[in-house]
Ligand binder design. Structure first.
Ligand code: CA
Length: 235
């Protein structure tokens, strides 16, 4: 998952980016409203953290412009503690959630997880695909109840595919959502990661559809198995 942080307080921006990267996200940053608006308008993010008081272009205008242009990514706004009017204005401008400053990073992380899973149509923090379970809260992967150790890149890839299970995800889309702006992006490495992931999971859940991309879905159920995969169609 790839996030954008728009916050003009340099130290707060740095802390947020660091915490989000530690939590496994690819993160881009902007220090003013113009740069933030540009990035959110031209790149594909799974969620955005947007401060309201920003130089060059205020947060509300940034958000309104994104929404007017049809940008639908979830946006969490940062508001001042006592400014209820900021919250109202923010929601009316198209915000999905808010956190008041000063905040605990854990709260931001939990709210982001909720925003990202809601945006992809999931209601719980555990995503299940047959014998494969992704615990987004604990960042754990289980196959038939056994813990599977993944590198952060492998986890990020599986996390994205699990959030979008049941629909074909192209390599371009994966590159856009797994790496930050500064990363040397090469869609060929995706194939390598998918290969490693298949081997580690030991399951036949990720199909390659030549020329189209990848599809994560539950393995064919045996006659006695209960179907328990959560397959959804593209909305
Ligand atoms: Ca500010």
């Amino acid at each position: 998952m790839r996030l954008l942080v728009v916050e003009d307080d340099k130290e707060l921006n740095r802390q947020l980016v660091l915490a989000l990267e530690e939590a496994g996200y690819a993160v881009d940053r902007a220090l003013d409203g113009e740069e933030g608006h540009f990035l959110g308008d031209t790149e594909n993010y799974d969620a955005v953290i947007l401060d309201l008081g920003l130089p060059k272009k205020d947060g509300i205008s940034v958000l309104e412009d994104w929404r007017r242009a049809g940008r639908t990514m979830p946006v969490l706004i940062l508001t001042a503690r006592d400014r209820w009017s900021d919250k109202v204005q923010g929601f009316d401008a198209g915000a999905d959630d808010y956190v008041a400053k000063p905040f605990h990073l854990e709260e931001i992380l939990a709210r982001l997880r909720a925003l990202v899973r809601r945006a992809s149509g999931h209601a719980t923090s555990e995503l299940v695909c047959g014998p494969l379970v992704l615990d987004t809260k604990g960042r754990r992967v289980l196959v038939n109840g056994q813990l599977i150790k993944l590198t952060s890149h492998e986890y990020r890839l599986l996390d994205y595919l699990m959030h979008h299970m049941g629909r074909v995800v192209s390599r371009t889309e994966l590159v856009e959502h797994l790496y930050d702006q500064d990363f040397d992006r090469d869609s060929n490495t995706i194939e390598v990661f998918v290969g490693r992931l298949r081997k580690k999971l030991g399951l036949d859940v990720i199909q390659t559809l030549r020329g189209l991309g990848y599809l994560l879905s539950a393995p064919e159920a045996k006659p006695n198995d209960k179907p328990n995969a959560h397959v959804k169609t593209q909305s």
